[in-house]
Design a protein around this ligand. Structure first.
Ligand code: B12
Length: 190
């Protein structure tokens, strides 16, 4: 199956079902960990198989906010961004802001995707977004996930809120700094 279709028609419904069964106590934590592990391996394999190594690829760091255990929605986003040709630096669940800021300051990626899925207050999400924003001069910080969407009214030129990977790619392509004609910017992992 094409990856986008597999995410939409297989893995997303599977995740909803795992969450439902876990919430109603029909499966144990061990069974939930096993099942989400299967999904994680499948999505990670998709991500790994996509070649985002072109020098001119948009570099995007994907991280969940501190305390955020829902890493799989963002992993699905990461696969979709890789499908669009972006180079993904995957950090996963529960990333300390200090560490994330240090990475962003070093690499100055074009974009940082922050995921906030579980319940948390708007102020916390906004403060996290602004903290990461402060760590680089040009990087665009994108909040997503249900809690991420709560800061919609605080968006700015470098602080975006997007519901989906497709929306983010569209917005990036319409952004003035997106210049496919510019010479490539070689990058290496630190
Ligand atoms: C699977 C699941 C889990 C799994 C997580 C597995 C994992 N490692 O990811 C388990 C069972 C572990 C879990 C645990 C919990 N969960 Co849970 N979980 C879900 C469930 C059923 C599905 C989420 C999912 O994976 N969806 C599949 C993805 C692919 O689709 P999606 O959700 O639409 O994701 C898209 C968007 O969110 C967006 N997106 C996400 N991040 C970003 C970032 C960017 C930049 C962009 C552009 C887009 C984007 O793109 C994604 C892909 O298309 C939802 C219920 C629901 N209906 O959403 C609850 C849900 C998210 N969980 C919830 C809660 C409360 C919890 C717990 C706190 C429960 C508890 N009482 O302990 C815990 C602990 C979580 C924690 N510490 O953070 C709540 C959150 C409530 C809220 N936001 O207000 C929900 C909504 C359930 C509910 N109805 O209450 N959960």
């Amino acid at each position: 199956m094409p990856f986008a279709e597999a995410i939409r028609d297989v893995w997303r419904p599977v995740l909803f079902e795992i969450g439902r069964l876990w919430e109603t106590g029909e499966i144990s934590v061990a069974q939930e960990h096993f099942a989400t592990g299967v999904v994680r391996v499948a999505l990670a394999a998709m991500l790994r198989s996509l070649d985002g190594a072109r020098d001119e690829a948009v570099e995007v760091v994907c991280a969940c906010l501190p305390g955020e255990a829902h890493d799989l929605p963002l992993l699905a986003v990461a696969v979709e961004l890789a499908l669009a040709g972006w180079r993904v630096i995957w950090l996963g669940a529960d990333v300390p802001l200090e560490d994330l800021c240090a990475l962003v300051a070093t690499r100055a990626p074009e974009i940082v995707c922050l995921s906030a899925v579980g319940t948390r207050c708007e102020d916390e999400v906004l403060a996290a977004g602004r903290t990461v924003l402060g760590s680089a001069r040009t990087t665009i910080v994108v909040l997503g996930g249900p809690a991420g969407l709560s800061i919609q009214q605080h968006q700015g030129p470098r602080l975006w809120v997007c519901g989906t990977a497709a929306e983010l790619v569209r917005r990036w392509c319409e952004h003035p700094i997106f210049r496919p004609d510019l010479p490539s910017r070689p990058k290496k992992l630190p």
